[in-house]
Design a protein around this ligand. Structure first.
Ligand SMILES: *Cc1c(COP(=O)(O)O)cnc(C)c1O
Length: 433
């Protein structure tokens, strides 16, 4: 049980010190380094269900879920079993396999906009490929993205790109040629007028819009009523394409993603995280007439040595099978709602300025009065207070994403008891902030 009040992190410290000499910042991806909460990360040893254990033996209730994929709980026994069987047949084919058909059919059946799909190895790859496709299909170069939305780390998207970049205070990254981002137009999230103006300023030049239909990368932010509908209308009228980046929201906000839950159908969609069930996967898909432009069916080149590999396909198929079972999303939403609403209530009772919301199995809490409609609003949060909150929760055995600008992730493995324990920890921590 997590009664630890001051965490012993001796081994974590040693390993992380060594890591910093071996890898830039000691990590394989920046946010993991805990810089945005002015702390040092704990080094993980293993994960199971709703829990993570660090190398010093501390146990945490995990609300990061490896940044989204672990929606069935870490190391779900059925996923592990399926993977063990798949391993016997080899780890990569580099050739067509039936497993790809099975996962493709599941994705096409689930996600309203997807008629055909291409598998890749990460969300980054999916987004950079879908951008190439948007430009090829329309014969136009400019794209619109929103401030604080993250679409992976490809050059063209590293403009006002949300959490990881925001957290490190890098508005744009060095090494990105101006020419690559010259065609990337940005607007504030939830600001339809700004998008209208961009279409007016650049008539017949805009290939399309890409956005997170529900934002998870500037903290958790929902679209205002009418925003997604407005973008659908504007893109249609201007012969431009609408792409939902559902790498985070796909199979998490609802089985069919945010587009199913909110009833707005884009032309193209990117996926990742959940559909890999914890293995490296991304995918992009959409209207068959557009997807048919991808090689070898069409002229738009995109390839991948390990794409569609049998392990990733197997983990994805099993994960989606589990998610298809009755009442899955009802349960996810019920526990997410309870955690989010109670957390807000406790924080307000203790006199903190907070706001937040949830959808499906995703939630967020900002240390600001709010309301938060976009990234500028999110940036008004008290980041020092968030850092202290984060550290306090960690010391009480609750692992939250180490940045105010990240969302929280719930899984089927989280129990009401885990939530009670989390709320008790929050009650203590929020009393002494
Ligand atoms: C995580 C994420 C990506 C990038 O996916 P990777 O697998 O980390 O490359 C892209 N878009 C969104 C919305 C994401 O949350």
């Amino acid at each position: 049980m997590n009664t630890n009040t001051s965490l012993i992190t001796k081994k974590s410290k040693e390993i992380f010190a060594a890591a910093q000499k071996l890898m830039p910042g000691g990590v394989s991806s920046p946010v993991r380094a805990f810089k945005s909460v002015n702390g040092e990360p704990v080094v993980f040893d293993r994960v199971k269900g709703a829990y993570a254990w660090d190398v010093d033996g501390n146990q945490y209730i995990d609300y990061v879920g490896t940044w989204g994929p672990a929606i069935c709980g870490h190391a779900h026994p059925e996923v592990i079993n399926a993977l063990n069987k798949a391993l016997e047949n080899g780890t990569s084919f580099g050739a067509p396999s039936l497993l790809e058909n099975i996962l493709a059919e599941m994705v096409i059946e689930a996600v309203p906009s997807i008629e055909m799909v291409r598998f890749v190895n990460s969300g980054t790859e999916a987004c950079m490929s879908v951008l190439r496709l948007m430009r090829a299909f329309t014969g136009r170069e400019k794209i619109i993205k929103f401030e604080g939305c993250y679409h992976g780390h490809a050059d063209m998207f590293l403009v006002k790109a949300g959490s990881g970049v925001a957290t490190l205070g890098l508005p744009d990254s060095p090494g990105v040629p101006k020419s690559t981002t010259a065609s990337t137009l940005t607007a504030p999230y939830n600001d339809l007028e700004a998008v209208k103006n961009l279409f007016k300023e650049h008539p017949d030049d805009i290939a399309g819009i890409i956005l997170e239909p529900v934002v998870g990368n500037s903290g958790f932010i929902k679209p205002d009523p009418g925003f997604l509908e407005g973008l659908r209308e504007l893109t249609t009228v201007n012969n431009a394409l609408l792409t939902f980046d559902e790498v985070m929201t796909g199979f998490r906000i609802a089985y069919g993603g945010a587009q199913q839950k909110l009833g707005v159908t884009p032309d193209l969609t990117t996926l990742g995280k959940v559909i890999g069930g914890g293995l490296p996967v991304g995918a992009y898909g959409g209207r068959a007439d557009i997807m048919s432009m991808i090689a070898p069916a069409g002229p738009v080149y995109q390839a991948g040595t390990l794409s569609g590999n049998p392990l990733a396909m197997t983990a994805g198929i099993k994960t989606l099978e589990i998610l298809q079972r009755p009442a899955t999303y009802e349960k996810l939403e019920e526990i997410t709602k309870q955690l989010n609403e109670e957390l807000l209530k406790i924080a307000k009772n203790k006199g903190h300025a907070v706001c937040g919301s949830y959808s499906g199995a995703m939630f967020g809490l900002f240390f600001t009065e709010g309301p938060v409609h976009n990234y500028s609003d999110a940036k008004r949060s008290d980041l020092n207070k968030f850092s202290r909150f984060h550290r306090g929760m960690l010391e009480k055995g609750v692992y939250l994403a180490p940045s105010q600008f990240e969302a929280g992730f719930m899984s089927l493995a989280h129990t009401f008891k885990d939530i009670e324990q989390t709320l008790a920890a929050a009650n203590d921590v929020l009393s002494n902030l």
